[in-house]
Design a binder for this molecule. Structure first.
Ligand code: NAG
Ligand code: NAG
Ligand code: NAG
Ligand code: NAG
Length: 419
């Protein structure tokens, strides 16, 4: 009875591997036969070399587009061909055949690494018009699995040097389930160190450097092999230079015009100073709308603060000149009064002086504000008030100081990059 049972079991067994390779042996190039043979008895639930060494997965990628980099939600988006190569000895093709592209349907029938991107927020495999991935069986059981992905990954942006900043965005991948005793990742060793960049054109940034590294991280009491790619991008500051730095500097330079205007024309001088301050405020508000709201000063803020301080200082200078002139006048008037009491000859001169001062004050406001009035008054006062010593100092001091501050500023934010 038992013998009979065993016999039936033996006869009912599916044809074993020998019978398969014998049927397709004469035609080794017949792929159907070869694949049937390869997948006979294949267990996709176990990694290749299950009892042996950890399998090594080589990763290489080609980044086809990068950006935009969103400072507001601290992320960046990139589009890449993500390729993994590993060896599955169970899928070794006969000698004459190699590099066979097979349908991606086969992907569900084999074991493949469960790679995931540690810092990704979201991402998708492109599906137009079909799923954009491929599987190739290379020589000696090496498999190439490539897919085209768009990934949005997190990238912590530090904007202290904005807009002269360099952003370094990482791209980190690892195996979700397998630890270092099962799967080890490696960057493919080629001339690009595993990363290929098609000539990238980014609107906001220039990619100038990338670095690959690998390390081991402990997650859930298991050591995982981790690969990291750091992309360093320098922001194109052109927009901000044209729209922010140059106009702000020109406003500061414009405010120095008042040092060349006669020191008696206080109203005009203050008018220039205040106009510059208001223009700078408008400019800052405009530029500020492009900068994410960060709770600290960025490099462009420091520049604007510097410009504000210069404008403020020039207004202070005007006030100082005005006060000093007033002070001098009172002293002169006192002297005149003294002399007046002594000699009656001087009466004429004293009245002349007070007359000229009153002339200025008595101009009506519309006349004051019109350009013609300004020019006329400039002409009137040209001879009367000599160059004030504060103005002489400011004409040289302000440009020198501004140049110096600019040198320090650009040195700190452009050349001094150790921070
Ligand atoms: C069939 O395959 C086995 C190993 O899988 C091999 O030992 C045998 O020689 C093959 N048969 C032929 C006819 O080549
Ligand atoms: C390939 O092998 C299979 C099974 O052995 C056979 O049915 C098929 O006709 C062969 N095809 C070619 C082109 O030889
Ligand atoms: C499988 O593991 C053995 C050692 O256990 C090793 O010699 C062999 O090279 C490994 N095969 C692959 C494809 O890694
Ligand atoms: C992970 O690696 C470290 C250092 O190699 C080792 O000390 C530790 O025991 C490992 N942890 C596990 C869970 O294997």
């Amino acid at each position: 009875m038992w013998y009979l049972f065993f016999l039936t079991v033996i006869f009912l067994q599916p044809p074993n591997i020998y019978s398969l390779n014998e049927t397709c042996w004469p035609r080794a190039n017949n792929l159907t036969c070869v694949l049937n043979k390869l997948f006979f008895g294949y267990n996709k639930y176990l990694r290749p070399n299950q009892t042996g060494d950890p399998i090594r997965v080589q990763v290489y990628l080609m980044i086809t587009s990068l950006g935009p980099i969103a400072e507001l939600d601290m992320s960046y988006t990139m589009n890449l061909f993500f390729r993994q190569v590993w060896t599955d000895e169970r899928l070794t093709l006969p000698n004459k055949i190699s590099n066979v592209a097979v349908s991606t349907k086969l992907l569900s029938a084999i074991w493949k690494p469960d790679t995931y991107f540690i810092n990704s927020r979201s991402g998708f495999l492109h599906t137009t018009p079909t799923l954009n991935h491929l599987l190739r069986i290379l020589e000696n059981g090496r498999l190439l699995y490539s897919s085209r992905l768009t990934i949005k990954a997190s990238c912590s942006n530090f904007l202290r040097r904005f807009p002269l900043d360099i952003q370094t965005c990482p791209f980190i991948l690892s195996s979700y389930a397998y630890g270092t005793e099962d799967v080890i990742y490696d960057w493919k060793l080629d001339e690009n160190n595993g990363v290929e960049l098609v000539p990238l054109k980014l609107s906001q940034f220039d990619l100038f450097h990338y670095k690959t590294s690998k390390r081991i991280i402990q997650f859930n009491d298991r050591n995982h092999s981790v690969l990291q790619l750091d992309l360093s991008m320098r922001r194109n500051a052109g927009y901000y230079i044209l729209q922010g730095y140059i106009p702000a500097s020109l406003l500061v330079i414009l405010s120095w015009i008042s040092f060349w205007i006669n020191s008696d024309a206080t109203a005009d001088r203050v008018y220039i100073g205040v106009t510059c301050v208001l223009s700078l405020t408008t400019l800052i508000l405009d530029i500020r709308s492009y900068i994410p709201a960060v709770p600290y000063f960025t490099a462009i803020d420091y520049f604007f603060i510097m410009c504000y301080l210069f404008l403020f200082a020039s207004v202070i200078q005007l006030t100082a000149v005005h006060c000093h002139l007033d002070y001098r006048r009172t002293i002169r008037r006192k002297k005149v009064m003294k002399n007046l009491s002594k000699t009656s000859d001087r009466q004429n001169t004293s009245s002349k002086i007070s007359l000229s001062v009153q002339n200025i004050r008595q101009l009506n406001p519309t006349q004051r504000s019109t350009f013609a009035g300004v020019v006329q008054r400039l002409q009137n006062l040209q001879q009367k008030a000599p160059l004030h010593e504060f103005d002489r100092l400011a004409r040289i001091g302000f440009p020198l100081l501004f140049t110096l501050c600019n040198c320090i500023y650009w040195y700190i934010f452009v050349f001094y990059t150790s921070q």
